[in-house]
Design a protein around this ligand. Sequence first.
Ligand code: NAD
Ligand code: ISE
Length: 336
Amino acid sequence: MALRIGVIGTGMIGTDHIRRITQVLSGAEIAAVTDANLDLAKQVAQDLPDTEVFGDGHDLIGSGQVDAVLVTSWGPTHEEFVLAAIASGKPVFCEKPLATTAEACRRIIAAEVSAGCRFVQVGFMRRYDAAYRQLKAVIDSGVIGAPLMYYSAHRNPDVPSTYTSEMAVVDTAVHDFDVARWLLGEELGAIRVLPAKQNSLGGGLKDPLLMVVETESGVLVNVETSVNIRYGYDIRGEVVGESGAVALADRNQVDLRHAGLRSGGVPADWRERFAVAFDTEFQEWIDTIASGSEPVGPSSWDGYAATVVCDAGVRSLATSERVPIVLGDKPALYRN
Ligand code: NAD
Ligand code: ISE
């Protein structure tokens, strides 16, 4: 039987995930949807067979028609829905961030620890991208020696008018923090956020930013966020090791040579750049949950660790000072 998923939040990424679950992937169906904007939820359900519209996320989570929950509502609402799913004993896939405060993430961790098993997977899709997976495989093989530095560039062509300077840290660089932890296999220990000369196209935002992050063992991670760079959505990464370096390659299928120039495309946005990674992320989650296993992807601990780094980053953005990152002990549930 197909895994019956209930979706809370049918906005931009919610509808994109519904599309992939119903049109690209196998083994799951959308049994229920809800949104604070109920008309939007009804409109989305119209195009789906047998999908019930609920007036509220809690009713959806409690429904006997829902086996697993997908949270794609705004960040500040994530905690209550994730906690409710855990209390109902249902697996929950939560888009980033797990929650917007470290305290809220700790409450989610406490709920899972007291239940004695994992229910939560967090939407850090870069871990499912084929190029990032190869980058990690090269690092883990030892061929470049011990990693010493990691350069991570996160460039958006533009951002909505509601985007604030702090969002470059909590909404954008959060992916770079998670992928750095995953690639390097260690926690981040301190962060310093430095605004560069301001991009005049950025409507007053502190943009671009350079974030200098130190891992616990002393690897330096340099994260650049440029969120008004116009030319496209460009994600770059290079790890420098003791005896070699490895970088994400440019991703074009073809290489155009014309009129004295050599060129290739740049994705328009995150949906295009990470389409296949999102597909892989969800197919692996569906297969794991449908088999009755606990989720194995990014955990509540990963969501918590990323939020703590973001908190420290926001503090550093205000002062440009180095801010230590303090996580505390990792519960056994999250130690592999
Ligand atoms: P969006 O504004 O397009 O959609 C969010 C939807 O949630 C809206 O329709 C809103 O009405 C609904 N909503 C808000 N509060 C609700 C509540 N209490 N109950 C039910 N519905 C509620 O936003 P989006 O761009 O789709 O982002 C949603 C989440 O996905 C955010 O947490 C964002 O950070 C994350 N996101 C992740 C990625 C990624 O690359 N992994 C990309 C974009 C967004
Ligand atoms: C967005 O919310 C995402 O998560 C994208 O992956 C990121 O590139 C973008 O900057 C964020 O606003």
